[in-house]
Design a binder for this molecule. Structure first.
Ligand code: URA
Ligand code: SF4
Length: 207
């Protein structure tokens, strides 16, 4: 892990800003390369993630890995994290105050990685990144662009494990992700080292 992301991870490891620290086995800061073009933001660690200190390593993680493969990507191409970095008890949804307490780490990660696309997985992540009035049902698959950052809301992979019909919806939204990525890559080709043309300042203004 690069030093800057390691620093955020070590701050998370020592964090007691909300009550979720009390029940955790491990913190789950997230993982992936600092120059990832795509970030995935889920809801919060479950039991497997809490045990291993890694995001999306259970059944939902397997589906996420398969969906990535279906568009020619692997986990090591993307940065995967959550809106809260500690496991909520019994996998309940994270509370608003917990999400707000943890937001600073997510913002730091977004600033360091400076991704082209953030996929918000499930309504809690969608609300955190886009606002209260949004939900997966209403906006999944519909990208929103803010300056140089595109946010693509999706259903949470765990939802597709309960309701099989959502698997094809997710697969289709991943195809949208592939198209967005290809369009961005095309746009940036004429510029030497496309990423450097996009300053951090723009993202700071948005976040
Ligand atoms: N579900 C999430 O939202 N995040 C994980 O890391 C694993 C399952
Ligand atoms: Fe800190 Fe976030 Fe863990 Fe709460 S969930 S203790 S804010 S790292």
């Amino acid at each position: 892990m690069p030093d800057e992301l390691r620093l955020v991870a070590s701050q998370i490891a020592a964090c007691t800003k909300c009550d979720l620290y009390k029940g955790r086995e491990n913190t789950v800061p997230g993982e992936g390369p600092i120059d990832a073009k795509i970030m995935f933001v889920g809801e919060g660690p479950g039991q497997n993630e809490d045990e291993q200190g890694r995001p999306f390593v259970g059944a939902a993680g397997k589906l996420l890995t398969d969906l990535l493969a279906s568009i020619g990507l692997s986990r090591s191409d993307v940065f995967i994290t959550n809106i809260v970095k500690c496991r909520p008890p019994n996998n309940r949804a994270p509370k608003k105050a917990e999400i707000e307490a943890c937001n600073t780490y997510l913002i730091d990660q977004i600033r360091l990685i400076n991704p082209q696309i953030i996929c918000a997985l499930g309504t809690p992540a969608i609300v955190t990144l886009l606002g209260e009035e949004y939900s997966a049902t209403k906006v999944h698959g519909k990208p929103t662009s803010k300056n140089s950052l595109t946010i693509l809301p999706m259903y949470h992979p765990a939802a597709a494990l309960y309701d099989g019909s959502l698997k094809e919806v997710l697969a289709s939204d991943f195809r949208t992700l592939r198209q967005l990525l290809d369009a961005r890559t095309k746009l940036e080709q004429p510029i030497e080292n496309g990423r450097s043309s996009r300053g951090r300042e723009t993202l700071e203004k948005w976040i």
